[in-house]
Design a protein around this ligand. Structure first.
Ligand SMILES: Nc1ncnc2c1ncn2[C@@H]1O[C@H](COP(=O)(O)OP(=O)(O)O)[C@@H](O)[C@H]1O
Ligand SMILES: N[C@@H](CCOP(=O)(O)O)C(=O)O
Length: 312
């Protein structure tokens, strides 16, 4: 095989109460990566579309190619050469798992081109290195679901223990991106190191309730459990009119609403596609009242993860 083209989806990380441990993939948007072999060894970035020239062109500095270098090193391959084209289909610093989509598409593509020496699940630590390149932190709650699909739980980072759980069939995500930028690195820096016992107890109850709600298809329990007393109060100040946008979503039937990843995107979960669309409209309108343009995506939870679009 000389050429491959791979799609990897956007993701919603944290899912309110599960900082660094919960995430799910959505259907669209997602990044697309093309890799073509070349005779000379080394990975070069040929083109990046959709980033307005902002992403690093040096292979080791870009999440899409940095993960490829990590994988080649692990496999002891020194003579491999390729050109990489990245189609960046979502904004940077969006809270939609933009860097993760690139990293996952990149690592899946090169693994396929090498005839799959590793399983998809075994690619996770390499995809996490893409997050380290992007934000200085190798969190797995975006790359996990982008790679494995579905609603993913990171039970432990050391050792890495990651798995997907079932979700109700009529559960829809509304993801709304206001046109501002927040880098994950900055949004992690402002978090406090210490958490009170009271907040820990409250958060643990909601984490347990959300998992149980998803697995038992109990929509009310899902909604009651989408409460984050630790991270949301700190980060929401970075998002203009956060409380109004959240309240608008809840007033129009969302089960729950919170920050997507480190923001500025916000997500809501709803029962049924019509409800999810309505919630998207009111969230966008509330941002518009604050003078902020926003775009929305309504999606089922994407159970498939990355897709090979073409190869030859
Ligand atoms: N392929 C890539 N796609 C997106 N961001 C990348 C990529 N490679 C490196 N980065 C860097 O990662 C940062 C954006 O990632 P992050 O802050 O986690 O945002 P997001 O929430 O959108 O993933 C930017 O500083 C960007 O330069
Ligand atoms: N758990 C991470 C998730 C960051 O998600 P992103 O989509 O903003 O990159 C965090 O909250 O820092």
């Amino acid at each position: 095989m000389n050429y491959i083209k791979v799609f990897a989806p956007a993701t919603v990380a944290n899912v309110s109460c599960g900082f660094d441990i919960f995430g799910f993939a959505i259907e669209e948007p997602g990044d697309i990566v093309e890799i073509r072999r070349r005779d000379e060894p080394g990975i070069v970035i040929k083109d990046i579309f959709g980033d307005d020239g902002r992403l690093p062109r040096k292979a080791e500095k870009n999440a899409v190619t940095g993960v490829m270098l990590h994988l080649l090193k692990h496999l002891g391959i020194t003579d491999f050469g390729c050109e990489v084209t990245l189609h960046k289909n979502m904004p940077l610093g969006s809270g939609m798992g933009s860097s993760a989509a690139s990293a996952v598409a990149g690592v899946v593509a090169i693994n396929e081109l090498l005839d799959c020496p590793l399983s998809r699940a075994d690619l996770l630590p390499f995809a996490m290195e893409g997050e380290r390149i992007a934000s200085g932190s190798a969190h797995a709650d975006n790359v996990g679901p982008a790679l494995l699909g579905g609603f993913v739980i990171i039970r432990s980072y050391a050792p890495l223990d990651v798995f997907s759980i079932p979700v109700p069939g009529d559960l829809f995500c509304t993801l709304v991106h206001p046109d501002i930028e927040i880098n994950t690195k900055d949004a992690r820096y402002i978090l406090r190191d210490e958490v009170s016992l009271k907040n820990t107890i409250s958060q643990m109850g909601n984490v347990a309730g959300l998992v149980a709600g998803l697995m038992m298809e109990d929509y009310d329990l899902i909604g009651r459990s989408m409460v984050d007393v630790i991270i949301e109060p700190v980060r929401s100040i970075l998002i203009p009119d956060f409380n109004l946008v959240k309240q608008a979503a809840l007033d129009h039937g969302a089960l729950g609403c919170s920050i997507s990843g480190s923001g500025p995107s916000m997500f809501a979960l709803s029962r049924g596609v019509e409800n999810a669309k309505k919630v998207g409209e009111v969230m966008k309108a509330t941002f518009a009242n604050a003078g902020i343009e926003a775009t929305s995506h309504v999606s089922l939870i994407n159970k498939g993860g990355p897709v090979v679009l073409d190869k030859n």
